[in-house]
Design a binder for this molecule. Structure first.
Ligand code: MG
Length: 374
């Protein structure tokens, strides 16, 4: 970490771990965080959780796991180029979606509805709950006992009520402070990753078409450049050439804009980053193009009738399971019965359901609701 910017997060200035531990011998503290995340059960479950397409719909679509790896790749590249702590950035990126329910946003909305009277459900908060509490792997503490800045990066947003409950970690939401630049990078790397891979997956699925995408300036510009360079290119290769140029253009734009903002704000240390406006961001033009792409994906992919059909099924599965478990704690696996005694049956039920993979939830629903041999 020789050439880190003076405002980067380092082991030395970190606010450390809730439970004091000896320093690692051969890695940095944030490398250790990253390694703990990779070895967690919640991380392995991401393999079978939906990004947009349910896991069994095709082998080539992104899952939460491959999405998280793509976010980490993009985030790390940006962090390194800006001389920030890329170990912290990677740790946050790999953990950012740990709290996602099965069936993507449809699953989270359904669980949130079920939990309405019991404090709600939010995947971002759940990611924090997993690393702080739910992982059962260490003798000395619950959760993964991650560094403060890793936890801060995982918690992207939260309500004032929840911020008050979270103490140290909630402080910045109540006082309008920004997280580290490493955390800011992860937010935007998440956006770059999903906007672009959803274009790729959307095309592969046939739910959206190249002709539709050519109505977007970001796509059209790179399509024209690819066609000039390679006038005859078979479909998939052309799509990938366009897609990779779009990612590169977004990352390059982010680096140029963020470097200018940092130069302009002239921070001396991390404390200056907290009180500055967001220093990681896109140029106004790229921001507008990204918004157009997002709107397109919402209208034509996320709300495509074939995707919505799965959404309806997902909602039904989650509601049925929640209703059943919340009516009878005896049906929960023993560790969740222990959680129910500590934090109430609805929260324990939400933890159990949120931890399910798509296929486990489908199987569990079939086991509990279908009469006859399974
Ligand atoms: Mg994400």
């Amino acid at each position: 970490m020789a050439d880190l910017a003076p405002w980067a997060v380092t082991d030395e200035i970190s606010r450390g771990r809730a439970f004091a531990e000896p320093r690692p011998k051969s890695r940095s503290e944030f490398q250790r965080d990253r390694d703990r995340i990779v070895h967690s059960a919640a991380f392995r479950r991401l393999e079978y959780k939906t990004q947009v397409f349910v896991n069994h719909e095709g082998d080539l679509f992104r899952t939460r796991l491959t999405h998280s790896i793509e976010v980490a790749q993009i985030a790390r590249s940006i962090a390194r180029a800006l001389h920030l702590n890329d170990d912290l950035t990677e740790a946050v990126a790999l953990a950012h979606d740990l709290g996602h329910t099965p069936f993507g946003h449809a699953g989270q909305d359904a669980l949130n509805e079920c939990m309405r009277e019991y404090g709600g459900f939010e995947h971002n908060l759940q990611s924090l709950r997993i690393v702080d509490r739910l992982e059962e792997r260490y003798g000395a503490f619950d959760g993964l006992n991650l560094m403060f800045e890793t936890r801060e990066g995982i918690l992207k947003h939260c309500s004032p009520a929840c911020a008050r409950e979270l103490g140290d970690l909630g402080y910045r939401f109540l006082n309008n402070l920004r997280p580290s630049l490493e955390a800011q990078i992860c937010n935007l790397a998440d956006e770059i990753a999903y906007n672009n891979h959803d274009v790729d997956d959307g095309l592969r699925s046939g739910l959206i078409s190249v002709e539709q995408l050519e109505g977007l300036s970001l796509f059209a510009r790179h399509a024209a450049a690819v066609d000039r360079e390679y006038p005859v290119l078979p479909g998939r290769r052309r799509v990938h050439e366009i897609n990779r140029r779009m990612i590169d253009a977004q990352v390059t734009d982010l680096l140029t804009e963020s470097s200018a903002r940092i130069a302009n704000a002239a921070p001396h240390a991390l404390a200056d980053v907290h009180v500055a406006p967001p220093l990681i961001g896109f140029s106004a033009q790229m921001l507008a193009e990204n918004r157009a792409l997002k709107t397109f994906l919402r209208e034509h992919l996320y709300r495509h009738y074939q995707v919505l059909r799965m959404t309806v099924k997902a909602r039904m599965i989650i509601r049925d399971l929640f209703g059943l478990f919340v009516g009878d704690a005896c049906l929960l696996p023993p560790q969740y019965q222990v959680m129910a005694a500590a934090e109430g049956l609805p929260r324990a039920t939400a933890d159990y359901i949120a931890g399910m993979t798509d296929r486990y939830a489908i199987k569990e629903h079939r086991r509990l609701f279908s009469v006859g041999p399974n």
